[in-house]
Design a protein around this ligand. Structure first.
Ligand SMILES: NC(=O)c1ccc[n+]([C@@H]2O[C@H](COP(=O)([O-])OP(=O)(O)OC[C@H]3O[C@@H](n4cnc5c(N)ncnc54)[C@H](O)[C@@H]3O)[C@@H](O)[C@H]2O)c1
Length: 670
């Protein structure tokens, strides 16, 4: 059975790396975080990276009622990894009460609910800070877990207090507690997708140096070079955050394997110490940049030496560090160069549709420019598109309108909702007379996509990747993984959409993906498409029965013909136009062709649609319900209508194990 873990502080630096490791080890995770020192973006990325969903609750641990809801909704939580806490040593001296309230009271509330809901395993983030200055014991080079605890600052006192609470609670009942005393976590995930994103001025050496290297800060201050160490600067035990995250999985497995109650502490460190100047050298080597630095006076509360004796963790948890300082510096540099402003990206903003609902996030690409895209996790939907500062799409309407959404797993109609694959007959729920349109009850428009993972490879170019795990749908009998990638190019005024689908479980499935945006190029002036001039690449359309017929509409070729003008009541279109032979499951191997052009004389906005797909449905929105009829038109490039029931075209819409479905649509504006 899958073991469910509640991760407090899971959006933070160490917590987000731990979630990656837990998921990789087959655990299911739920994250609680008040985002006081983090951003949901870390978890959005973790989910795309791990290809797994992680439910998230923006909850403060001291808010008992809010936390109760989490335990109520997940009655099968088995264990807790408790990272949530404030951690800045200097700040803790200025606002000690807040530190005690947040760290200590938060832990007490958590333990009360764990007791109530009978969750007995806890892994707690303690710190080497609890040892204080252990050089008070002459001859002690590495600090063992048995060293008497004597923290020297309020932050350390909160950790020490929580450790004591755990020991007391454990003595009173049946619990399994692992106290992990971290040394100095550094580095980032090797993917460059997640890392440390300190708010304000970083307190730690490596993040500070990284910000100097990318030009966010002027120079590094080295606090004291007159300590009794090899180069006069303090020595710390630096540990790669991925090793640290793995240490948590090791501790959790250890707890789960213990028959008896326990409350024990382990150092998580490498056992090796590096001075500040050695770290300076390692990081400047990794980034190839000479970082300006100044030696300044000692900082209050700093001890000269803090290095772990790591043998207990090796012996009992079967864990030791595998990555070194060099790898940590390289991974940190990768994270920083890919994300110079951490999880903030220039020209990208995100917000939730309603407070705390992170599954319904709106992400704006090109924010601040006159060409902007707003996309939503629900249906990987085009929520809004601004061309020359004007909105030209309808945005979400009624569920049945599919407005702006990704439609799949099978776009367009399946005659009678019936098909046969690999000798088996299937019947889908019908929703369009006797047919099934856009997959009916299983349509992607109502499903929540993971991500998006946003990249900004060059100025004015934004790439956003959504991922859908379409698991256990109502009608279809197999699981799919689908990615939808939006590329917005502000200079070129183009929006490129790429789809990819693979079968992850079960029998072969029909597949056909498209976008269902309703365009109104003159939306700022009128709420209908009236006056829109159009031309199509072809006037040949295919019917549900596979027969071809001609439709009265202007085409690209007919030079003498006037453009077709859409008026208040007509002409009406809802046809599948054919632009190429329907041959491949991966249409992106073929040509990208222009298939549709539209412009409006009043707004002077023109749209050209290009695709690698062999056909497109053109619909003038005459049956719209969420909006006035004909308030937008849709152009939906995809495979031939009902191809799944036509032996000639069936292959282009049949996805079997090992196959990859791909398609591409481009909207260009002038
Ligand atoms: N980073 C280090 O150098 C280090 C060293 C030793 C121990 N630790 C401990 O490890 C844990 C994680 O550290 P990190 O570096 O990932 O810090 P972090 O600030 O990145 O992560 C802590 C997370 O907890 C959240 N949080 C804080 N108070 C909360 C509350 N009351 N309710 C809900 N969420 C709350 C924050 O928003 C943040 O996402 C902390 O407990 C810290 O004290 C960190």
């Amino acid at each position: 059975m899958v073991s469910k873990v509640l991760v407090t502080g899971g959006a933070g630096y160490i917590g987000s790396h731990a979630v990656v490791e837990l998921l990789a080890n087959g655990y299911e995770c739920i994250v609680v975080d008040n985002l006081s020192n983090s951003s949901y973006e870390s978890l959005a990325r973790v989910q795309v990276l791990a290809k797994k969903r992680v439910p998230f609750y923006q909850v403060d641990l001291v808010d008992l009622e809010a936390l109760v809801k989490v335990f109520e909704e997940h009655s099968d939580i088995e264990s807790v990894l408790h990272f949530a806490g404030l951690k800045a040593v200097g700040e803790s001296a200025q606002i000690p009460l807040q530190y005690y309230h947040n760290n200590v009271s938060g832990t007490v509330v958590l333990l009360q609910l764990m007791e109530k809901y009978e969750v007995k395993n806890l892994v707690f983030s303690s710190s080497a800070t609890v040892y204080g200055d252990y050089t008070r014991y002459p001859g002690m080079v590495q600090v063992p877990e048995t060293c008497p605890l004597q923290p020297t600052n309020p932050y350390g006192h909160t950790k020490f207090t929580i450790e004591n609470i755990l020991r007391d609670v454990s003595a009173s009942g049946s619990w399994k507690f692992a106290i992990l005393r971290y040394f100095n976590p550094i580095g980032a995930h090797p993917s460059g997708l997640i890392g440390e994103d300190p708010l304000g001025v970083p307190n730690n050496l490596l993040p500070y140096m990284a910000q100097v290297a990318v030009g966010r800060r002027e120079k590094l201050s080295v606090f004291g070079d007159d300590y009794d160490t090899r180069d006069g600067t303090p020595i710390r035990d630096y540990i790669h955050v991925v090793d640290l995250a793995k240490g948590h999985v090791a501790a959790l497995k250890y707890l789960q394997n213990q028959k008896k109650d326990l409350c024990a502490a382990w150092n998580l460190g490498s056992g090796k110490g590096s001075t500040v100047l050695e770290m300076y050298d390692a990081f400047t080597k990794a980034c190839g940049i000479e970082i300006p630095r100044d030696i300044v006076g000692r900082r209050d509360g700093d001890v000269p030496l803090l290095v772990a004796k790591p043998t207990k963790a090796k012996l009992e948890l079967d864990w030791k560090t595998e990555l070194d300082v060099k790898e940590a510096c390289e991974d940190l540099w990768r994270w920083v160069t890919k994300n110079p402003f951490g999880y903030s990206q220039h020209g990208v903003i995100s917000r939730t549709v309603s407070k705390g609902d992170y599954e319904n996030r709106l992400v704006t690409l090109g924010h601040g420019s006159r060409f902007q895209l707003v996309i939503s996790n629900k249906g990987a939907t085009i929520f809004d598109l601004l061309v020359d500062g004007q909105s030209i799409v309808l945005g979400p309407g009624d569920p049945g309108d599919y407005s702006g959404a990704t439609v799949g797993r099978y776009a367009n109609r399946i005659a009678g909702g019936k098909y046969e694959l690999e000798g088996k007959s299937y019947q889908l729920t019908t929703n369009d007379n006797d047919n099934t349109n856009h997959s009916g009850v299983d349509c992607f428009s109502e499903k929540h996509f993971l991500g998006p993972l946003v990249k900004t490879p060059s100025k004015g170019v934004f790439i956003a990747e959504y991922l859908l795990l379409d698991e256990q749908p109502t009608d279809f009998r197999s699981d799919l993984m689908v990615s939808v990638t939006y590329t917005l190019d502000v200079q070129a005024k183009s929006l490129d959409i790429q789809y990819q689908g693979v079968l992850t479980k079960g029998q072969a499935t029909p597949i056909n993906l498209t976008n269902h945006t309703y365009f109104n190029l003159n939306k700022v002036n009128a709420d209908t498409v009236q006056g829109t001039e159009i031309r199509l690449a072809t006037n040949e359309a295919v019917g549900l029965d596979g027969s071809l017929h001609h439709v009265n509409v202007s085409t690209f070729d007919a030079r003498k013909e006037e453009n077709t003008v859409l008026n208040a009541a007509g002409p009406r279109y809802d046809h599948c136009f054919v632009v190429a032979d329907s041959t491949s499951l991966d249409s992106t191997k073929g040509k990208l062709r222009p298939i549709f052009r539209a412009s409006h004389p009043e707004s002077r906005i023109s749209l050209e649609v290009l695709t690698t797909e062999p056909s497109f449905q053109f619909y003038t929105g005459d049956g719209l319900t969420g909006f006035a009829p004909r308030s937008g038109f849709a152009v939906e490039p995809a495979r031939y209508v009902n191809a799944i029931n036509n032996d000639k075209w069936k292959e282009t819409v049949t996805l079997s194990r090992g196959d990859v479905y791909r398609s591409r649509i481009v909207y260009r504006f002038t």
